[in-house]
Design a protein around this ligand. Structure first.
Ligand code: ZN
Length: 93
């Protein structure tokens, strides 16, 4: 299973879709990969958008960090690939 066979974008590409559910810019957020323990900014994640929705994978180990699917009037968010997801609230007024 090699990521070389797929084209991916960086985490910044998810900003538009994820702004539907997050009031803050999540590309600056940090998350820790539940698989390898790497802590990185979400913008550094590898983003696969060819699937129905968005899949973000760890830039270090390729483990799935986040899945986001928009189905009709409902969005599904799967964050179990991350130990935690940390947002900087200083950007809020
Ligand atoms: Zn990882």
């Amino acid at each position: 299973m090699s990521s070389d066979t797929y084209d991916y974008l960086d985490g910044n590409a998810a900003a538009g879709e994820l702004s539907k559910i997050f009031a803050m810019d999540i590309t600056a957020a940090e998350g820790q990969c539940a698989h390898c323990g790497a802590t990185k900014r979400f913008a550094e994640a590898r983003l696969y958008m060819q699937c129905p929705g968005i899949v973000a994978r760890c830039a270090a180990c390729d483990h799935v960090l986040l899945r986001f699917v928009n189905v009709g009037q409902r969005v599904f968010l799967d964050l179990r690939g991350m130990t935690y997801f940390s947002l900087d609230t200083s950007q809020l007024q």
